[in-house]
Write a protein that binds this ligand. Structure first.
Ligand code: HEC
Length: 252
């Protein structure tokens, strides 16, 4: 008993020393095993949406997607009251959604450039759409409509990841305003007397609070974009505008 107690004591002391030695001298830098955080912390003070975007069907740069690429052009230039919304249906043409556009847009798949929907965009004088005082569609939007018809005027969909890195006025904000707002907010009599065709005009709407107020559907502002029935801007567009505004809405 006596000797086994000694052994036990000696053993215990060893373990104790080993433990002290380990905890004091073997403290190492923590090694991070795993993957990097895909959503880095936003230092601009904006709420960052950390919902992971599952991109199962990525967008192809070669394909034209009706909801993303074509419908915003039609709703902001054609499908308004007095023109080609359901109620007005001028000449029976309704351009407020895929089915109506497909059924009433006089699309000619065998001769795409001869489709009425495309031809009227290029006509001169009183036959051009959208009619004066609205401005003609920019060439790139006309080309996109033609490309959509050439690809079969389909209702393709895809999941686009929201890239909010390097948000700038010229690459992120103005393109979306051109696509989704400018049809109504340009020309000699812009809707609501609000022009959004260049930096100075967009900046003025930021400064007076109406840009964010209207796209966030805040009370006291007219909800944008119209028609309101089509819903607010996609979250990704709103986030880009918010990030740009939070950065001081620079002309970059
Ligand atoms: C289909 C036409 C149409 C489209 C598209 C449209 N707007 Fe408007 N917008 C209007 C009309 C009409 C008014 C005046 C509304 C009113 O007085 O109720 C208006 C008013 C506004 C105002 C002033 C709001 C206020 O409360 O004073 C802002 C800012 C604005 N729009 C921004 C936008 C932005 C940004 C977009 C694109 C995301 C957009 N609009 C898309 C028709 C449109």
């Amino acid at each position: 008993m006596h000797s086994s107690g000694k052994i036990f004591f000696a053993f215990g002391t060893c373990v104790l020393f080993a433990l002290i030695a380990y905890t004091s001298s073997c403290r190492r830098e923590p090694v991070y095993i795993g993957y990097e955080d895909p959503t880095p912390i936003d230092t601009t003070g904006n709420p960052v949406d950390t919902t992971p975007v599952v991109v199962t069907h990525p967008c192809s740069p070669d394909s034209v997607y009706f909801e993303q690429d074509i419908l915003p052009i039609l709703t902001s230039n054609c499908a308004m009251s007095g023109c080609h919304d359901v109620l007005s249906h001028e000449e029976g043409v309704i351009l407020d959604n895929y089915t109506n556009t497909r059924n009433t847009g006089k699309i000619n798949l065998s001769n795409p450039s001869n489709s009425k929907l495309y031809r009227v965009l290029n006509q001169s004088g009183g036959d051009r759409m959208p009619p004066s005082p609205r401005t003609a569609l920019p060439a790139d939007q006309r080309a996109l409509i033609l490309k959509w018809i050439q690809q079969g005027a389909q209702n393709l969909t895809c999941d686009s990841a929201c890239d909010t890195t390097n948000v700038t006025f010229s690459t992120s904000v103005m393109p979306l305003i051109t696509l989704k707002c400018k049809g109504c907010h340009s020309g000699t009599s812009p809707s609501g007397n609000v022009s959004l065709t260049n930096y100075t005009q967009v900046k003025a709407s930021v400064t007076n609070g109406t840009l964010l107020g209207s796209i966030l559907h805040q009370t006291g502002y007219s909800a944008m974009p119209q028609p309101v029935a089509n819903g607010p801007l996609p979250d990704c567009d709103i986030r880009k505008i918010q990030i740009w505004v939070a950065a001081g809405s620079p002309d970059n």
